[in-house]
Design a protein around this ligand. Structure first.
Ligand code: URA
Length: 242
């Protein structure tokens, strides 16, 4: 039966649907030897679908990598502006993996990469409840009611109400640990701005129960252990505030 190529690629664990679109736009997918276009379909039982010349076969072995993302790398597989990408940092892992969620260009810290669409979906889908922990260094001053406003759900950009979150501000007010369970664009920076300060450094320390390995230097990655992987598949505690 014919299926959209994006669907075939994500079912085979090659890329998320959005990333499959990027592969199609970049001309890296061929069906029976001809470059496929966005919107094309193929029948996996009758057609030969290849990505970068490699036929889709059995789903590839699952890979789960922890990267300590350095500043200055874009969280994508390929950047049209020619900037450095996180894919370059894991290119030698032997499998095609893609990032789970995003860190901004100048954010750093824990980034997971995988070819497992199920795990990716579980972590990034809205309402997943998976808590991400960040360390932020800031300029300016947090308003005195910041912790309470984070707990209630702070309003950012004057109209968008965030889900309840937690902030622990250091005694000198120059840094904070922030725990959020959603992942909108520039989420933490916008929350901090709404509280009167400005993020100048942002590092992700944990995703759910999984913490960044302090032994990983910026730019280094390693596979997750079985125990770490199990943490990501654990049920998310049912609590309103992280
Ligand atoms: N929130 C941000 O503002 N930026 C990130 O990179 C991650 C979370």
């Amino acid at each position: 039966m014919k299926e959209r190529i994006q669907k075939l690629l994500s079912a085979a664990g090659v890329a998320s649907r959005r990333q499959a679109e990027e592969l199609l736009r970049a001309g890296r997918v061929r069906v029976n030897g001809t470059a496929a276009q966005l919107g094309d379909s193929a029948d996996p039982d009758r057609d030969t679908v290849e990505v970068d010349g490699v036929p889709l076969g059995q789903p590839p072995r699952r890979r789960y990598l922890m990267l300590n993302k350095p500043r200055g790398y874009v969280t994508t597989l390929r950047d049209e502006q020619g900037r450095r990408t996180v894919a370059e940092l894991t290119a030698d892992c032997g499998d095609r993996v893609y990032p789970i969620g995003r860190l901004d260009l100048n954010s750093e810290g824990l980034l997971l990469l995988t070819n497992d669409g199920v795990l990716c979906h579980r972590i990034i889908m809205p309402g997943s409840g998976v808590v991400k922990e960040y360390y932020a260094e800031v300029t300016g001053r947090f308003r005195p009611d910041t912790e309470a406003r984070f707990r209630e759900g702070i309003t950012v950009d004057n109209h968008f109400r965030c889900l309840p979150a937690r902030i622990e501000i250091a005694p000198d007010g120059a840094s904070a640990r922030i725990f959020v369970s959603e992942g909108k664009r520039h989420q933490v920076k916008r929350m901090v701005a709404a509280a009167g300060a400005r993020v100048r450094r942002l590092k992700r320390l944990a995703i759910g129960g999984l913490r960044l390995d302090p032994a990983l230097a910026p730019g280094e990655y390693r596979p997750l252990t079985q125990e770490e992987l199990a943490l990501l598949f654990q049920p998310v505690p049912d609590s309103k505030t992280p």
